[in-house]
Design a protein around this ligand. Structure first.
Ligand code: ADP
Ligand code: MG
Length: 688
């Protein structure tokens, strides 16, 4: 009767084919291969679960302290009590006095001596054979029993079609030449081994997924991923984009902008600009990530790229995930480009209908050369006249859907524009090699001169008055400061409320200074007005929610206090404190925390105090949260790599990369089959 139900519940888990079942690998195992006497189980079993057997000599339901079934079994060596707190009448019958049963469970000390609570029970003859392999325990959703999954998997493994699906087709030579040792089984053996490991298998390696059988599977999965990324790369090179040669004239925007800048580029900026400039000269679309810690000066590099494109009569667009960030770009670009006669359009969701229409007209007619905005830029109603470059700031903060949308909007069959992504969150190498393999990466690894390292202090919230006292003397020196209010994920209203409270308290405590408040509920122009006042030093202390997270740039504000710092993640605090340390003053970031601190929060704050290198912080973040969250909005790449853990298996990536290259070059005929086997429909996600 379960047979009728089983397929649908299994199907819901995606286990709808022999191949899907074969790849549904156990999360752990139970050892039923060993049978102990009762006496042995009493001694050894205490360290874990044990299997033993005997004849039932007592079967009794007690009602005190609560209803429970007590069963005692006996063999030649000793007796053992079994205790069931919830039980069915059928179970009571199954263990009738005189029956021989085999039980498995953890032995523990009860009030009346050693006992097993809720063991698994089977009524079998004393000489019933033991399994020879470990018993798999599968990941399962609620309502699906292990028995059902085990049966289905075992059946799938015997299915003749599986021989085909799992057939070895990776060339033997390629494998032996590339792989570190030849103890990796082929795919089919690896899979049957993992479903039914022999009793003497190295269970630790199985659980940690470092067993050669696991390695083989992880390698194949990574190989598929690397192949599809390399293919994406090849496809991009086949596409057409306008090429923008370096201008020869001194009057080019690019040259004039460089001259007009109030500073000279750092070595790192000059270097990445060279890389980007080369890309722009190519006739296929650039796909480059510009990475640089907060404050490293990415914006001016984007401006140079935009200038190059505009020099050739094309439009450039700059897009940021939040209004405030986009606005920062707009103000900066206006400052640089308007004196040079560049026509700039601003487009965001909060514009009035009329303003929006006006901006759209300017964009469509080509009157606007430089377009800056939020993701409002990629909406249907916006059509560019001649888009040559799209700069996407903090692109990982757009959701996966938005990113796919951006990709679709920016390309057409005939014509693709160049793309420059920018990020202050360094992407660890492992991640760049897997999720971003079709991405060229430029890194600004140097801060503009004159920046002082930020001193980070960790302070208990109970010392708030002291902190405010320190703030007072700080402001008295003519310097400015930020006060960042706690992140309250559950409630925006609550977050606003605490911000308002802090604002009022600080306004009272610091009567000689002007305190401003900025938060997400303000209208764009209100926000801009507060920010402008802060920038002009009309406001000395800016109380803010996390809206100031990225991009805000006020060099005279070199002190930041973060309330409830324990509620923030690594990246958030690192980005936040990047707001200070932009001028010549010594910069300080005070992380205030409320007790009690969790272990994780304690470690996080400590790390943030000691480490200022964004790369190190990003690596910690990756190990803590996994790539999905780091890449943005949790959903990205989910289910992309099922068997690989980027931390644990990092060394395999390079191997898979080499194998992918060789497979594409020497065995192109096998590529399709391998992709289909491992990625199937998931390949779409690789493009986001
Ligand atoms: P981010 O990389 O975080 O986006 P920005 O582009 O906002 O950094 O730059 C931070 C600040 O540094 C800005 O005020 C910018 O004008 C300034 N800046 C950029 N490059 C240089 C440079 N080479 N020398 C001095 N200041 C610079
Ligand atoms: Mg920036």
């Amino acid at each position: 009767m379960t047979n009728k139900q089983a397929p649908s519940t299994l199907q819901k888990m995606g286990l709808d084919s022999p191949m899907a079942l074969a790849l549904h690998l156990p999360s752990r195992y139970e050892d039923e291969t060993e049978l102990l006497t009762i006496e042995e189980s009493l001694n050894q079993g205490r360290f874990g679960s044990a299997q033993t057997q005997g004849v039932v000599i007592r079967n009794q339901v007690l009602f005190r302290p609560r209803r429970q079934l007590l069963v005692t079994i006996e063999d030649d060596s000793a007796t053992l009590q079994l205790r069931f707190l919830n039980f069915y009448p059928s179970q009571q019958k199954q263990m009738a006095v005189g029956t021989h049963i085999r039980v498995r469970g953890e032995v523990r000390e009860g009030f009346q001596g050693s006992e097993m609570v809720h063991p698994t029970v089977r009524a079998v003859a004393a000489d019933a054979p033991l399994p020879t392999s470990l018993t798999p325990v599968y990941p399962a959703s609620a309502g699906v029993s292990q028995t059902v999954i085990r049966k289905a998997v075992a059946q799938a493994l015997r299915d003749p079609s599986l021989q085909d699906s799992l057939a070895e087709f990776l060339p033997k030579r390629l494998m032996t030449e590339l792989l570190p040792s030849n103890d990796w089984p082929n795919l089919q053996s690896a899979i049957s081994y993992l479903h039914q490991p022999p009793s003497d298998a190295n269970t630790q390696a199985l659980l940690e997924r470092t067993d050669p059988a696991w390695r083989r599977i992880q390698f194949e999965e990574l190989l598929a991923q690397q192949i599809s990324l390399k293919r994406a790369h090849a496809i991009r090179r086949d596409r057409h984009a306008p090429s923008f040669a370096k201008p020869i004239k001194d009057k080019s925007l690019e040259a004039v902008l460089l001259k007009a800048l109030p500073f000279t580029l750092t070595g790192a900026q000059a270097h990445v600009w060279l890389e980007i400039g080369h890309d722009l000269e190519k006739s296929f679309p650039m796909n480059r990530l510009l990475q640089g810690d907060v404050g490293s000066g990415k914006t001016v590099v984007a401006a140079l790229a935009a200038a190059r494109v505009m020099d050739h009569g094309y439009q450039a667009a700059v897009m940021a995930p939040t209004e405030i960030l986009a606005e920062q770009h707009y103000l900066k670009m206006k400052e640089w480009f308007e004196p040079l006669g560049v026509r700039i359009a601003w487009l965001s969701g909060s514009l009035k209908a009329k303003e929006k229409r006006l901006a759209q007209e300017m964009i469509e007619s080509g009157q606007a050369q430089l377009i800056i905005g939020t993701h409002a830029l990629i909406q249907e109603s916006v059509s560019f006249s001649k888009l040559g470059l799209a700069v996407i700031d903090e692109q990982h903060r757009f959701g996966v859907r938005q990113r796919l949308e951006i990709q679709q909007r920016l390309g057409s069959e005939l014509f693709y524009c160049h793309q420059l992504m920018m990020s202050a969150t360094p992407i660890p190498r492992t991640l760049a090699m897997t999720y971003y393999a079709d991405l060229d990466v430029s890194v600004i690894d140097e801060l503009p001169p004159g920046r002082k390292p930020i001193t980070t202090k960790v302070v208990k919230a109970s010392r708030r008055d002291e902190v405010i006292g320190g703030l007072q003397s700080w402001l008295s020196k003519g310097l400015q400061a930020y006060w960042v209010c706690p992140l309250i994920e559950e409630s925006e209203v609550l977050q606003l409320q605490t911000a308002v409270e802090s604002f009022e308290q600080l306004t009272q405590a610091l009567p000689n200074f002007k305190v401003g408040l900025v938060h997400g509920r303000l209208k764009a122009e209100e926000k801009a007005a507060v920010m402008a006042a802060f920038k002009a030093n009309e406001i000395q202390l800016l109380v803010a929610t996390t809206v100031i997270e990225v991009g805000v740039d006020v060099p005279n504000a070199a002190l930041m206090v973060i309330e409830h710092a324990e509620r923030f993640g690594y990246a958030q605090i690192h980005q936040l404190r990047g707001r200070v340390g932009r001028g010549s003053a010594d910069s300080v970031c005070i992380l205030m925390y409320a007790e009690p601190l969790s272990m994780a929060a304690k470690e996080r704050l400590q790390t943030l105090r000691e480490v200022s290198d964004g790369f190190v912080i990003a690596e910690r973040d990756l190990s803590l949260r996994g790539p999905g969250e780091l890449l943005g909005a949790k959903q990205s790449g989910d289910g992309m790599l099922r068997f690989v853990d980027l931390q644990r298996d990092a060394w395999l990536i390079e191997l898979a990369q080499q194998a992918a290259e060789r497979l594409l070059a020497e065995h192109a005929d096998l590529v399709e089959r391998h992709l289909e086997r491992w990625l199937g429909s998931r390949a779409e996600f690789l493009k986001a």
